[in-house]
Design a protein around this ligand. Structure first.
Ligand code: AVI
Length: 329
């Protein structure tokens, strides 16, 4: 008999499909056509993202891993309440927890009194994480929660006492600037000056290196982008023929953003049964599917201030590729 290993606080599957349908109807009626990268992460998309994180071109994950390993003493010291009070370590978008385990091991070894609350939109990813933690860190107290970011923010408000929030992997880079500010302002709401936020930012660097990370030689990132169409085919009865689409990505160093697209390689009409509608694509018309913003240190400083935080500590790797920043309200 399998026991449920996580709490589910996201909306029902029916509601999720209705939300997706509404998003697609709106996004494909715009010019340029747009779909949110938020919908990449079904179970297959989450699995593909784990694969991306291990790619030679995708430097952010191994860089942040290295950064956390190097500075884990100082980072865990900054996250832990100084008076030794128990606290919740809440991670938004926990995924496979590979990087977080560095911090978890260190906290446990130091006899820290805390509960780990990994939050992720993929129940498969979260169940995998919970199973690996039971095996590798059996003494860790874990409360996994399946939720999107909105539900996760509501959940945080219900957790009493001290909190340290982790938002690693430069997930913040997938928000548009205005959304990013609102998200951080909302994140600041349930936190007190005793709480901490550790947030990862991918830094601006050699544009070629950045672009290559989103256009890998094995085509895993392309498959990740295409999976959005597969998801629409399955969940909304859409009829996207993947043979008629290309993955295209580019880094704009002026705006500091990688933009990813699905490109229609021919004129075509794509029916979507759930919307009782068809969508016309011209040859070479694009669907804009993702933004991945890259940051400078002053931008991070300004963002923190605008959102109501103070930068307590700023950690980077030896090459200044990535930053993990401790913020306090
Ligand atoms: C999840 N997020 C931080 C990744 C990124 O780098 O923007 C998603 C990703 N998209 C393509 N490759 C990775």
């Amino acid at each position: 008999v399998s026991t449920p290993t996580h709490q589910q606080i996201s909306t029902s599957t029916d509601q999720q499909i209705t939300d997706l349908a509404r998003h697609v109807a709106e996004g494909l009626s715009r010019s340029p056509k747009t779909l949110s990268s938020m919908y990449f992460y079904d179970d297959e998309g989450s699995r593909l993202f784990q694969q991306i994180m291990a790619l030679p071109e995708y430097y952010p994950t191994r860089t942040e891993y290295q950064l956390l390993s190097t500075h884990c003493e100082a980072i865990t010291a900054a996250l832990r309440p100084t008076d030794g009070a128990p606290f919740y370590l809440i991670e938004l978008g926990a995924g496979d927890g590979l990087k977080t385990k560095i911090l978890l091991r260190h906290l446990l070894a130091a006899g820290t009194d805390f509960r780990y609350v990994p939050v992720d939109i993929s129940s498969a990813a979260l169940d995998g994480l919970a199973a690996s933690l039971r095996e590798e860190l059996p003494s860790l107290q874990v409360e996994p929660v399946v939720a999107d970011y909105v539900a996760a923010l509501q959940l945080m408000a219900t957790k009493p006492g001290r909190k340290a929030v982790l938002f690693l992997g430069s997930n913040i880079g997938n928000f548009l600037p205005a959304e990013r500010l609102v998200f951080l302002q909302n994140l600041a709401q349930p936190l007190t000056p005793d709480d901490r936020l550790l947030i990862g930012f991918d830094l601006q660097k050699d544009p070629r290196l950045i672009r290559a990370a989103y256009d890998d030689a094995q085509g895993v990132t392309a498959a990740f982008n295409f999976n959005l169409l597969t998801r629409l085919n399955r969940e909304l009865g859409a009829e996207f023929d993947l043979a008629n689409w290309q993955h295209y990505t580019d880094y704009d160093p002026l705006a500091g953003v990688v933009r990813s697209f699905l490109v229609s390689t021919r004129a075509q009409m794509v029916p979507i049964a759930a919307l009782k509608a068809g969508f016309q694509f011209a040859a070479w018309e694009i669907i804009h599917t993702e933004n991945s913003y890259k940051f400078t240190a002053p931008q991070i400083q300004n963002l923190a201030t605008d959102a109501g935080f103070r930068v307590a500590e700023f950690f980077t790797d030896a090459q200044d590729y990535f930053a993990d920043v401790i913020l306090t309200p």
